[in-house]
Design a protein around this ligand. Structure first.
Ligand SMILES: O=c1ccn([C@@H]2O[C@H](COP(=O)(O)O)[C@@H](O)[C@H]2O)c(=O)[nH]1
Length: 271
């Protein structure tokens, strides 16, 4: 998917909401456990109830790998369902991959070609030759971890490296990579106050912003400091939407939470 198409979707739907499909068998409604494929049944119900209020879905791959073959098959079915029924929705494999170039190419093929995701999250730690193989795929996006939402982000990412924080170096250096127009960045909603500085370094890039909802990040602050003239934001909530209730009407409870965020977003888009 092109960035232009994504921006149009955001404008049409008045939403830059990304719903994280972090499906956990210990948290889904009990009646679904009797189904043949509870993970897919849950995902399908969530997608059916929310696809008109969000522009992206982000399955975190850990939640699928944790269930072995059953989990991987549920991921494949979820992607096939999305690509067939909602090709206009941007899909993100939250996989945090990256390796020597030869191996990164195989990761890229797995997620961009075999599973047909529009994007993948990648760790920058191994540098240019580990990231560039992802960037060669046309209309596919590589979302580099820059300043993450967790407390441990302060262990390394904000450390000074020759008078510059490491996350700033990641932004600057990666923006010079070949095909860097295919780069986006992960910036945690819990670090919203950093966004003004970050925008100075990468004014035109899209940010995937996890951390509203369960992690307590502020959507208002994210929009205040992070929005650009092309919106430039995909704000993710996973648990806050998926597990809004555990009863028979879990999908409608999820919709209600998603709609709340979409309405807030609509408001910020009008400002
Ligand atoms: O910095 C990061 C990078 C990724 N994540 C992932 O996003 C979701 C957040 O889930 P919530 O339930 O809304 O907290 C999850 O998949 C994380 O692994 C992140 O939180 N922060």
């Amino acid at each position: 998917m092109t960035t232009e198409f994504l921006v149009n979707q955001i404008k049409q739907k008045k939403s830059f909401l990304c719903i994280g499909l972090d499906t956990d068998l210990d948290k889904i409604p009990l009646h679904l456990l009797e189904e043949e494929d509870p993970i897919f049944s849950f995902n399908k119900a969530i997608i059916d109830a929310t696809h008109d209020v969000c522009v992206a879905y982000k399955p975190n791959i850990a939640f699928y790998e944790a269930y072995g073959l059953q989990g991987w098959q549920a991921l494949e079915k979820t992607m096939a369902y999305l690509n067939e029924n909602h090709p206009e929705i941007f899909t993100i494999a939250d996989a945090k991959r990256g390796d020597i170039g030869n191996t990164s190419t195989r990761y890229a093929k797995a997620f961009f070609e075999t599973l047909n995701f529009d994007s993948i999250t990648v760790a920058p730690y191994m540098g240019k030759d580990s990231v560039e193989p992802f960037l060669t795929f046309e209309d596919k996006h590589t979302i580099l971890l820059a300043l993450t939402s967790n407390e441990g982000a302060f262990d390394f990412q904000t450390r000074m490296l020759e008078q510059k924080e490491l996350y700033k170096e990641v932004l600057l250096t990666s923006s010079r990579y070949k095909n860097s127009e295919n780069l986006m960045y992960v910036i945690g909603a819990t670090k919203a106050s950093y966004l003004a500085e970050i925008r100075k370094i990468v004014p035109n890039s899209f940010f995937l912003v996890p951390g509203v909802g369960a992690q307590g990040g502020s959507l208002e602050e994210v929009c205040k400091y992070g929005m650009n003239d092309q919106i430039g934001l995909l704000v993710n909530s996973s648990r806050g939407i998926l597990y809004a209730s555990k009863d028979e009407k879990f999908d409608q409870s999820a919709r209600k939470e998603a709609l709340k965020l979409q309405k807030e977003m609509e408001n910020y888009l009008q400002r």
